[in-house]
Design a binder for this molecule. Structure first.
Ligand code: SAH
Length: 238
């Protein structure tokens, strides 16, 4: 090999190595920055009134970027909803934190979730709850959320494709029920499947005007504990 050919070969090797080192470096940088963004998201939760350390720690553990489409991963920690297709969105992180905290002590028990979509709220609950039963209505989102959730390697998540308005009677009563889409009125089955003293968080209202209620069940009836204005997708069904 001539000296000039050797030089070219060395240069090519160096460049190649440079590219490799750079990409390894970039990968590390990327995951570090996602962690920092996650921590910044948690700081915003604290400023906005999420006080429970166990709830905050669940958000520190679950990578939200696993639950958004690849092209939106750079926005994973922005505090807004992101489209997941089929006219649906992954809920705004603060709303997920609020809904989790408002369940109080009942979050540690057996939970029914309606509308798991991306699976992010389910993943958060799986860190806190004994068992989480979750139902999704849209078949494509059922598959999407199920695939996302498989990365959690959790043994307490049970998923079903179907109409969540009917609840999941075989596993009732539930300590808590969390509904992620808004009906015009609360389905009776859900009230029946909530255990006495348990909590329900549910958005109720029309397309443009909804309130997110937190209830507890006393003597078979829902008793309001809290309410905030929100905007959710409608709870659908035939
Ligand atoms: N917590 C989810 C929210 C997804 S949006 C997330 O952050 O990804 C609300 C979800 O409710 C959608 O996936 C929608 O398909 C689902 N949904 C609407 N009506 C439903 C019903 N009757 N039963 C079960 N899921 C329903």
């Amino acid at each position: 090999m001539t000296a000039s050919k050797k030089k070219i070969l060395m240069l090519a090797l160096c460049l190649n190595l440079g590219v490799c080192l750079q990409s390894v470096h970039c990968k590390n940088l990327e995951s570090t920055s996602m962690k920092e963004e996650r921590e910044a998201m948690v700081r915003i939760f604290i400023q906005r009134g999420i006080q429970s350390d166990v709830v905050l720690n669940a958000f520190r553990k679950v990578p939200r970027e696993w639950f958004v489409p690849e092209e939106s991963q750079k926005f994973a920690y922005n505090d807004h909803p992101i489209s997941i297709g089929h006219g649906q969105t992954i809920s705004q992180p603060f709303i997920v934190a609020y809904m989790t905290q408002t369940l109080g002590e009942s979050v540690y028990g057996k939970i029914l979730e309606i509308g798991f979509g991306s699976g992010y709220q389910t993943a958060i609950l799986s860190q806190l709850s004994k068992e989480i039963y979750s139902i999704e209505y849209v078949p494509e989102l059922y598959k999407y959320g199920k695939k996302n959730l498989s990365r959690m390697n959790a043994t307490n998540i049970h998923l079903k494709l179907g109409d969540g308005r009917k609840g999941w009677v075989e596993n009732a009563p539930f300590d808590a029920i969390l509904v992620a889409a808004a009906p015009e009125s609360i389905p009776l089955e859900l009230i029946q499947q909530l255990r006495e003293g348990g909590r329900m968080v549910i958005p109720v209202g029309g397309k443009f005007n909804q309130i997110l209620y937190t209830y507890t069940k006393k003597n078979g009836k829902l008793q309001e504990l809290d309410r905030v204005d929100v905007r959710f997708v409608p709870l659908v069904g035939n």
